[in-house]
Design a protein around this ligand. Structure first.
Ligand SMILES: C[S@@+](CC[C@H](N)C(=O)[O-])C[C@H]1O[C@@H](n2cnc3c(N)ncnc32)[C@H](O)[C@@H]1O
Length: 268
């Protein structure tokens, strides 16, 4: 592990566990937990065929330590890796087929949009608008260039943008939303984002769906009376996606939630 990563992990541990907790953990485990985002034990293609097909740059596994933006939320960043296109399309198709979602009424919001791969794939569906929110200036700049240069034949939504912002400071747009997250950040940030979304919902009750991939923090959503869980499922990825996937599982795990009308307990 290089020095920068070690320093970042130490600061993070001190913020989360305090000095005694950090010292105890160092004694037992060291600073390099074998979590999914830290230690991918799999060979994979460096460039995803999606990039070659559309002349964009969305590939790569980037550790949080290499994405420092200087903002205090850096400590809770889970790092960058783009969604598997085949699995993501299945997830959006399920909204269409199972819930008959009228995409044209919805704004798609990707919290932690990275290089924008999910934004470009979401644009294959007729959302009224697509917004990505990304903490890292470097990744936001790549996403903006990708959006400008992208010419996918299946593109239906042209109102696509990436904004550089901390998700905790993002003001949710009016109207129905599909809010998407690919395990972007840890609990302190997730709780804050969820509280902001619930405030926005209380101010303007409406239909909001949350799609949460690699849903480590599902219990936070399950504990809230603002959301009803629709599913928790595995979406198998194509061979092409798997060859370019950094992690061993062949599926993206996704939970979906729908907003509950405040006070009534009923879905909108
Ligand atoms: C796993 S990547 C997901 C990329 C994209 N959503 C996709 O599906 O292809 C998570 C992204 O969340 C970003 N992120 C982490 N913390 C954030 C925060 N507080 N605000 C906005 N973005 C954040 C990271 O920089 C990273 O690019």
């Amino acid at each position: 592990m290089n020095l920068r990563r070690m320093r970042h992990r130490l600061r993070k541990s001190l913020a989360q566990r305090g000095a005694i907790g950090t010292a105890t953990m160092l004694l037992h485990k060291g600073l390099w937990p074998s979590s999914r985002t830290c230690d991918p034990p799999k060979e994979y293609l460096a460039v995803h065929p999606f990039d070659q097909q559309f002349g964009v740059e969305t590939s790569g596994l980037i550790f949080a330590e290499d994405l420092l933006s200087g903002k205090r939320r850096d400590l809770y960043n889970a790092g960058y890796f783009g969604v598997a296109p085949s699995a993501f399309r299945q997830i959006l198709d399920r909204l269409k087929d199972q819930l008959q979602l009228e995409f044209a009424k919805y704004t798609f919001v990707d919290l932690g949009s990275g290089k924008g791969r999910a934004l470009l794939i979401a644009a294959e569906y007729p959302f009224c608008a697509i917004v990505g929110v990304e903490l890292s200036p470097k990744l936001h700049a790549i996403a903006a260039a990708n959006i400008t240069g992208y010419q996918g034949p299946a593109q239906q939504c042209r109102n696509v943008r990436s904004i550089e912002a901390d998700a905790t400071e993002f003001s949710f747009p009016a109207g129905p939303l599909v809010v998407y997250l690919w395990n972007p950040f840890e609990a302190p940030v997730f709780s804050c984002v969820l509280a902001n979304l619930e405030t926005a919902l209380a101010r303007e009750p409406r239909e909001v769906y949350i799609l949460y991939i690699q849903p480590d923090l599902d219990p936070l959503l399950e504990a809230s009376s603002s959301w009803r869980k629709l599913w928790h499922d595995e979406f198998q990825m194509s061979e092409e996606d798997y060859a370019a996937h950094a992690f061993p599982p062949r599926a993206e795990v996704c939970s979906a939630y729908r907003s509950v009308f405040p006070g009534s307990g009923a879905p909108l």
